[in-house]
Design a protein around this ligand. Sequence first.
Ligand code: ZN
Length: 189
Amino acid sequence: MCHALLQTPNFFRVLLRIDEELAGETRAGGCPCGGVLHRSDYPRKPRACLKEVRADFASRFSFCCSRCRKRTTATSVRFLGRRVYLSLAVVLVSALHMGQVPAAAGISASLGVPLRTLQRWRHWWQQLFVLTPLWQAACARFMPPVATDRLPGGLLERFAGTAAESLMRLLIFLTPLTVSRLITLQEGR
Ligand SMILES: [Zn+2]
């Protein structure tokens, strides 16, 4: 079952390792001004995070230029923009919410995701995600097309492999959005 991944510490650790690699690439790329990037992570208090890995998920990898002071934040498979919930919850709980409403209610209750947050996520997937440059450029690659009203579950099932592999691939697919202003959506507290 896909949503079992929300309770699997090793899956969270794999996400952390991917983020470390993404951060390494970002740092190696340096600042556009030619300056050197120094670690300057954003503190985070992620929701839907297992306590076993919470310490490792308490910051988002980001950098500051030694010369122009501009910030460069690495793309991430853990954090979807400024949302307080981790990406995997935004994907999996939204996917459940589309299909199996009673199951979604159980999961969202156990993760403490309020119903109005679930509704905002649904709005985001079906109204805003579809307008992003990422989806505009990529949607034609999926044949038959992914129905908008089945996002994100209908998209998740297009990524091959085990439940863990397909979720991982989807989270990697979404990484361009994680540094985009388009997805900074207020989330109810
Ligand atoms: Zn710079």
